[in-house]
Write a protein that binds this ligand. Sequence first.
Ligand SMILES: [Zn+2]
Length: 432
Amino acid sequence: MTTLNVKGGRVLQEDLTIEYSDILIDVDEGIILEMGKSLGGDDEMDINGGLIIPGLVNAHTHIAMTLLRGYSDDKPLERWLKEDIWPIESQLTPRDVHIGSQLALVELIKSGTTTFCDMYFHMSEVAKATDSSGLRAVLGQGIVTIGKDENDAHDDAKNGLEFAEKYDGYAEGRISTAFMPHSINTVDLEYFEEHIPRVRESDIPIHLHTNETLEDVKKTVEMHQMRPIEFSLEHDILGPGDFAAHCVHVDSNEISLLAENEIGVVHCPASNMKLASGIAPIQEMLDRGVTVGLGTDGAASNDDLDLFGEMRDAAMVGKLFAKNASAMNAKSVFSMATMAGAKLLGIPAGKIESGFVADLAVLNIEAAHLTPIGNGVNGIVYSAKGSDITHTICDGKILMKDKKIETLDEPKVIAAARECVEDLTERVGNKK
Ligand SMILES: [Zn+2]
């Protein structure tokens, strides 16, 4: 066994208090062994008084969309997708997706995220890039069948299932998978009916977008005379252990159904605000026992992958929506970005405890905007930024040390992404 002692700092304990402590990690197994002082260890890493927090969990994103950051702004979801995003996405090559993923992986590592859940296409490229970055992920091929001929639609759904079966356990177990239909309005029911029995048999979770906009809900009600969560349960499209992104426009009965059926929800407040989709009733979901994680959604509707910003947004907009300053308190929001997110992805992460995965981030709390840090969690949620992260560890391995990424060449990745975007916009321009 090789051990690493992360020393010279403070640790955010399980009860969310801060204590001066070191952490001993089993590097081979990638787990936390113990916390305390004078722990020894084969290797040591001094973090100079930093605060060790659990690595953050981004439970819903589309990482390669970093390439589309700033490509289309200030439009509502339907027009944003149809007029700009889907046309440019149709031009993305596997190489583009690889480069866009690398750009995102740099941003995730730099801002202390150690696990993310990604839905996109050319997913074998996302898996390869994730593998070499050292991060942990739940990946799925996004399935869309509407607007496609029968053969293409059939292949898309089949590929989604095959990807989930093939890549589960990839990257020495850091990658797991889910079956990811884009939504019940963009995948025809026949493809759900064809594939869901095998998905259930293989015990693969399902992740999709749902109840994102009023328009989205209206479409389902008109087509099926049922609200989306009811319809999804009726057809086994959602069930225990599955998780859905957004859930902005859910009624009281749907919240009960989510809680009773143990379906997780991923809250994406920045994306919901930018596309003016609405505000999800998250405090009510928490009060009624729904597991809620936090996601940035893609960088084209956020426009970054910084979960610290997302925590702040979730708290601020949640209080405003509930008209209650005590709603969406710092502890609940921090849990969404760590423990709850890990729980809904089925990963033993999100807290610093012996036996849990060694996915950690170190926050420089000497900065002016973090002085004083208060009770810790409040400072993390309301004042900290991704750029305050100095070290990132995932699966026991150091991915960033003193702000320098060890697994990816940051300047090279940024230069390649710039070139890639130039080429892509030229291709799309020529098509227009
Ligand atoms: Zn999304």
